[in-house]
Ligand binder design. Sequence first.
Ligand SMILES: [Zn+2]
Length: 368
Amino acid sequence: MRVIASAAVSSDGYMDDCTPQRLVLSCAEDWAEVHAIRASCDAILVGAETVRRDNPALMIRDEELRCHRKLCGMSPDIVKVVVSGSGRLDAGLRFFTEGEGVRKIVITSEQAVVDDALRRVAQVIRLSHITACSIIDVLEDEGVETVLVEGGAKIMKMFFDEDAVDDMRLAVAPITVGDDAAPRLPYYGELPFEWRCFDRCCRQVGNMTVCEYAVHVPSEGGLTAIDMRRLGRAIDVSRQSPPCATAYRVGCVVAAGDREYEGYTHETGPANHAEEEALAKALDDGAELRGATVYTSMEPCSKRSSKPVSCTELLLRCGVSRVVYACAEPDCFVQCDGGNILRRSGVEVVSAVKYAPLVRDINAHLTA
Ligand SMILES: [Zn+2]
């Protein structure tokens, strides 16, 4: 199972202040990304404190995101999980009342006294020891493959201490709280994964600085949260390409260092492919493409009628070391062997077939 942790903090590391009202840290752009991450996960997990204090509904309401989940064979709703050692949770909280038919799980201790009202609205799982590892085990048994851990501080600390976080997304708002009594993100400023991660990315998102860390290498063919976001972006960008009878609608994100360059089919020229558009922007910017990762909604072409050089050849010439794509190129125009050629040339190729139905849907003008 992949555990993604997500937190928003003030620049001095606080997750909230001490006033009764929730401190708003996220800007609209950050919220949109967090919602997209939620929509890519099977379950969302929070601590009892968060549910009591903030009373969040933790639903995926965006119709488009729900529709994307369905296309990818997922339930439109995310499983909601709350961890409470005492089991004392009010069944009237929005966590339980919102989302009819949505699975809600309470993870609690063996000795907890759980009232009937709560048992009626949620599945109760009892653990002899509540640890991150035991939570992961039971959620795996429940069929969860990706879980988003959103807080609060106690839950975060437990997952950090057990080295159970695979990916971390940290959004830092340009405000300070400066109140020792306020809840703070454990280890902020000395986060254990900041030096252990094998991949990282820091970007400006609205007025926030967002740092993403990939701590554990995913299993064969799997994606990190950074990969998921960038591939998701490539798929989104492909929608900007107008449908036409002679080309697929493809989107591409080139990640070179901390910079990301996007492009889509026919963006600046009638024969240009998405990869060419994104690579051209990176080259114009002087980006180092050796060792770069390229995300593309569809397998890079290996043969094309419009130009002599294929995108596969172009990627090899640029020296990119990794290519992640969602959908193999269908045989509408030519037989594509881009993935295999890249692999044989020493490029790491990840085909994230889970997202292929989304790409086929965007290309229904040709494949339907
Ligand atoms: Zn191409």
